[in-house]
Design a protein around this ligand. Structure first.
Ligand SMILES: Nc1ncnc2c1ncn2[C@@H]1O[C@H](COP(=O)(O)OP(=O)(O)O)[C@@H](O)[C@H]1O
Ligand SMILES: [Mg+2]
Length: 323
């Protein structure tokens, strides 16, 4: 990773997003460094509230960073205003967890998919936009007979296909997929994941795939970043992370993946003990320390450095890096 000469499509350098709250400064995203290359997927995993969506929204510049940089194709866009961002908006899209709340219930499927093309005027006429929308329906596996249907008439899987078609309508290079299958039945999840992977191959897209469920990102991700309260605790290729999880928090997340085999299915998940630290004015030290079964005195005093422990495998943990 360190010696890669290619220019990443998306890069962040010490990216921070803090929110002012009544009780102090909330460190939602705290010094995140990411490199994402064209055609690749980075999975962002961590519990609810750890900053995944805020990271995605800051990279898309839907919200402004507090500190640090976001680079698109090598170009620092951190300080771009709305006008300078406009041409880049087409290149970067987002797919949401709940397509229902992000789709206008009064618009038909074909109108929803044509929406961005008509706003951005990327095609000359409404007819051309409709034609392209119909092609996008084919691409996402949505039968054309649904063109005049309304979102409430379709199931969750088909609704998510509408969201995907709309996200693709401006030919983006980068898509933040924010928990895109978390609201779907397990049987439908695999279909949507496979669709996203097929489309990625066909269009050479880069994904940032955000989820609280590690099992969901295993096959779709080239690399996975594990987040805990705003910071990255571990980063590795998907294979390395699953074969050799090094951070105690990653190990807990892996243990929490339900066993498919029948005899183990009834076993309760291993819950993490201890209190979750607050992301508001966080104390010095490792943010996972209060819940970590390996916690040592130094973990409470100073945050461990983020170290390339094995080639391409980064971890922030005293136990791992001082062996
Ligand atoms: N606009 C906001 N104002 C204040 N706090 C926010 C705002 N957006 C998110 N947060 C806080 O930032 C933290 C990270 O939230 P979020 O990025 O939504 O996490 P995730 O997507 O991992 O569940 C949470 O503590 C959340 O309450
Ligand atoms: Mg979220």
């Amino acid at each position: 990773m360190g010696n890669d000469k290619r220019i990443p499509l998306i890069e962040t350098k010490n990216l921070k997003k803090y929110f002012k709250t009544g009780s102090g400064m909330l460190h939602a995203v705290d010094s995140i460094n990411i490199k994402l290359f064209q055609g690749e997927t980075i999975g962002i995993v961590g519990e609810s509230g750890c900053g995944k969506s805020t990271l995605g929204r800051t990279i898309l510049k839907l919200i402004d960073p507090t500190e640090g940089e976001v680079l698109f194709n090598g170009q620092d866009i951190s300080n771009y205003n709305t006008r300078k961002m406009r041409p880049l908006r087409k290149e970067m899209q987002i797919i949401f967890q709940d397509p229902y709340s992000s789709l206008d219930p009064r618009k038909s499927v074909i109108d929803i998919i044509s929406e961005y093309m008509l706003i951005q005027k990327t095609l000359k006429s409404r007819k051309e936009a409709y034609n392209h929308a119909a092609e996008l329906m084919d691409l996402v596996g949505l039968a054309r007979r649904y063109a005049d249907a309304y979102p409430h008439e379709l199931d969750g899987g088909r609704r998510q296909r509408i969201g995907i078609a709309r996200a693709l309508s401006l030919n983006p290079k980068f898509i933040v997929c924010d928990e895109p299958v978390s609201a779907l039945d397990v049987s439908i999840q695999a279909q949507i994941l496979n669709l996203l992977m097929d489309i990625q191959d066909e269009l050479n897209l880069s994904y940032m795939f955000v989820t609280h469920d590690l099992s969901v990102v295993k096959h779709i991700s080239d690399n996975i970043m594990v987040m805990y309260l705003g910071v990255c605790v571990e980063f590795a290729t998907s294979d390395d992370l699953f074969e050799n999880p090094l951070h105690p928090y990653t190990q807990v997340l892996l243990d929490a993946i339900p066993e498919p085999s029948l005899d183990k299915r009834d076993q309760p998940f291993k819950l993490i003990k201890g209190e979750v630290s607050s992301p508001i004015d966080p104390k010095p030290g490792c943010r996972f320390a209060s819940r970590c079964e390996h916690c040592m005195p130094q973990c409470m005093e100073e945050a461990p450095e983020y170290v390339e422990t094995l080639p391409g495998h980064f971890v922030a943990c005293y136990m791992v890096n001082e062996k």
